[in-house]
Unconditional design. Structure first.
Length: 337
């Protein structure tokens, strides 16, 4: 799928970008180019050390910001595939710096769309978040806006052979800023801060997130928001899995934070299809395909009317024991309770 193709990853020095690079090199040894586009020169230099030029001539490193349309368009010249992972993601940071969040997450998304259209790109997949579903914080609102921009971009492609789609998933296990490395760091203090005893979250590994993007690239018609079927965990089970000996201090829900996360609302069910391992929310306005086209293409069926997919009412759950195994597999191979 990606052999002899040029791939650009915005925000390519983040947790997702690094795993995506690793996966492409393993699965597609004849990939033409992998362009890592980000504004962090230090993180780029770290990746360069991991993949030296002599052994990995496919890799290119562009310093740039998705807010800079001219620089982004320059980087997209000759690119076949764009994976858009750049974003301001911390909920509390976005609440305190709303304009900066909008400029990156909304204006940046629009710049990616126009750069892709200008440069003859064929496939664009944007990363979203469960917080974009019925958002109550600015981060979620900007990502919902971004999702809508990418879905609607298919209506302005004209005769160009390009498809825009989105993938939406929950907390990535072990990613920067997530609860598991936070608890592992706090373990030495003997006290774990708990926001709320009833809090739940969806859980996905970095590799499963990458696999979802690969699925979207290989199967999208354009306009879909792909959502994986993944387990939930209870925040108290995470605390028990990491540090059962630690005391727990309830500190309260942070600004813009939900008790349970959602990925599909009952209203979304009107436009949602079931693909087996994934769901897909179809665009509410499409001048290219109708619902039957999507159902036939994906060999899918509609979800029941009123269906909701939330972390608190999920049917699949991680346990304390399964969380410990996952932490050893995906976060720290030397982890011991």
């Amino acid at each position: 799928m990606l052999n002899n193709k040029s791939v650009l990853i915005t925000g390519g020095t983040g947790s997702f970008g690094k795993k995506f690079i690793e996966t492409i090199l393993a699965r597609y040894p004849d990939v033409k180019k992998i362009i890592i586009y980000s504004r962090d020169e230090l993180k780029q230099s770290v990746i360069k050390q991991q993949y030296p030029d002599f052994d990995y001539p496919q890799l290119r490193f562009f310093i740039g910001d998705v807010r800079d349309k001219a620089r982004l368009t320059q980087a997209c010249e000759g690119v076949d595939v764009i994976i858009h992972a750049a974003a301001i993601k911390q909920v509390d940071t976005a609440e305190y710096n709303p304009t900066e969040c909008i400029r990156t997450n909304v204006d940046g998304a629009e710049n990616v769309i126009h750069a892709a259209l200008a440069c003859g790109v064929n496939d664009v997949v944007a990363l979203s978040t469960d917080k974009a579903c019925a958002p109550i914080n600015l981060y979620g609102a900007t990502k919902l806006t971004s999702d809508k921009l990418f879905a609607a971009a298919n209506n302005i492609r004209g005769s160009k052979d390009i498809r825009f789609s989105v993938v939406r998933y929950g907390n990535v296990m072990g990613s920067r800023g997530s609860v598991i490395p936070f608890f592992m760091d706090k373990k030495k203090d003997g006290v774990l801060p708990i926001t709320h005893e009833e809090m739940t979250r969806f859980n996905i590994s970095l590799q499963d997130g990458v696999n979802l993007v690969m699925f979207a690239l290989g199967n999208h018609l354009g306009g879909e928001i792909f959502i994986p079927k993944i387990p939930s965990y209870k925040i108290l089970d995470v605390a028990k899995a990491i540090a059962p000996e630690c005391k727990q201090r309830i500190v309260g829900i942070r600004p813009g934070e939900k008790l349970h996360e959602e990925m599909l609302t009952d209203t979304d069910s009107l436009n949602t299809i079931d693909l087996g391992p994934y769901y897909a929310i179809l665009p509410s306005v499409s001048f290219t395909y109708n619902e039957q086209d999507y159902l036939s293409h994906h060999k899918a069926k509609k979800v029941p009317f009123g269906f909701r997919y939330t972390s608190g009412t999920n049917t699949e759950w991680e346990t304390v024991e399964s969380l410990r195994e996952l932490i050893k597999e995906h976060v720290d191979a030397n982890f011991e309770v």
